[in-house]
Design a binder for this molecule. Structure first.
Ligand code: SF4
Length: 61
């Protein structure tokens, strides 16, 4: 699994970080960045973040 955030789409709401801080974090640019691209141990919460992201910026490949 590879976790990707589309920074152009991200509005920096912080929901993904709140749900899964092991994988997502807000950067100095105010956008989410992926701390752990694999995030395999956190699949369920990554999936939850993907579903809750208001702009659909999170993708899992
Ligand atoms: S939930 Fe979506 S819009 Fe909000 S910070 Fe995360 S990637 Fe950005």
């Amino acid at each position: 699994m590879v976790v990707i955030v589309d920074k152009d789409a991200c509005i920096g709401c912080g929901s993904c970080e709140a749900i899964c801080p092991e994988v997502f974090g807000l950067g100095e640019d105010g956008k989410a960045h992926v701390k752990d691209k694999a995030g395999d141990k956190k699949f369920e919460s990554v999936k939850e973040a993907l579903e809750i992201c208001p702009v659909g910026a999170i993708k899992i490949e």
